[in-house]
Ligand binder design. Structure first.
Ligand code: UTP
Length: 296
């Protein structure tokens, strides 16, 4: 068993163009779309903080200023709420800036997720790190990231999160060919392919937006040519690590069975909003009553 360094750093790529959510994302980052009353990105940052990650780096780009503003103090607004004696809303406003300092790096051009991760190399240095995609929500009751960090510690390689999807849906995802490891609740990833055609997919296991990566991924990304869609794909770099041998190679998978939403996709976003809203104490029951009558 290889004991690696503890993971303390989280990289949150949020520089994508969000074309699946146009026109809403023409002038606004998709990560700022509200899920009930918080922007999607706030759930992601909270997940990282709750998993004990203390050093947060967000990858942003053009048109993404709102992301930085959201996690800063807003003295004018805070003062106005204070004058009104509105402590409840003041607390809500301050929740985002209380999550701790966030570092930012700009990806000058949206050249793909792999390229966005490579933008973090100087900040991360030579230690394993987590990657949380800014538009991918994992239910806050889940401990997926903590489990993945434990598997990284144990294996010394890189760890991805997988979900089982209907075979007809696999071409929207990266897909993993895996082998079970006896006595372990994680799997070995033999190979990875980005968005395979339905008939050519090696499995129905789809890669979702949580990773715990060995820093050797940076050297691989530097030498990864643009792949599908002309973008530098993280999946391609992980495929190289899965096939490689020696220090930092080896890719493992944790199969996730809990709730997760891709808020960059219109239908999945709507499901996230409805599910989370229906669980809110303030109006969940009213919403469910209304929904029953609506679909009635
Ligand atoms: P997506 O493929 O979901 O993002 O990338 P996208 O390109 O913005 O989406 P569509 O397909 O055009 O609607 C997954 C994550 O990687 C980030 C995105 O912000 C998202 O969090 N990303 C993607 C970058 O940071 N840079 C990129 O060049 C591409």
């Amino acid at each position: 068993m290889t004991m690696g360094k503890f993971v303390t750093k989280a990289v949150i790529p949020a520089a994508g163009l969000g074309t699946r959510f146009l026109p809403a994302t023409k002038a606004m980052p998709k990560e700022m779309l509200p899920v009930v009353d918080r922007p999607a990105i706030q759930y992601v940052v909270e997940e990282a903080v709750n998993a004990g990650l203390t050093d947060l780096l967000m990858i942003t780009g053009r048109n993404k200023r709102a992301l930085e503003d959201h996690f800063d103090r807003e003295p004018g607004l805070e003062q106005a709420l204070e004058l009104k004696g509105d402590q409840g809303r003041l607390d809500l406003v301050q929740q985002a800036s209380d999550l701790g300092p966030i570092h930012y790096v700009r990806q000058g051009e949206a050249k793909g997720l792999g390229h966005a991760v490579l933008c973090a190399s100087q900040h991360v240095g030579n230690e394993p790190f987590a990657v949380l995609l800014g538009d991918d929500l994992i239910d806050e009751a889940e401990t997926l990231l903590t489990t993945m960090m434990e598997v990284q510690q144990k294996t010394g390689g890189s760890v991805i999160a997988l979900i089982e999807v209907d075979p007809s849906e696999i071409s929207a995802y990266g897909c993993a060919d895996i082998t079970a490891i006896e006595g372990e609740d994680y799997v070995r990833v033999n190979s990875l392919v980005e968005k395979p055609a339905v008939g050519e997919a090696p499995s129905n296991l789809a890669v979702i937006g949580r990773y715990v990566l060995h820093p050797s991924v940076f050297g691989v990304l530097e030498n990864t040519e643009p792949g599908r869609g002309g973008e530098i794909q993280l999946t391609d770099a992980l495929q190289t690590l899965a096939a490689g041998e020696g220090e930092g190679s080896g890719v493992y998978g944790v199969v996730f069975k809990g709730r997760r939403y891709d808020t960059g996709d219109k239908l999945s976003y709507l499901k996230a909003v409805i599910t989370l809203a229906s669980e809110r104490v303030e109006f969940g029951e009213d919403l469910k009553t209304w929904m029953k009558a609506f679909v009635g």
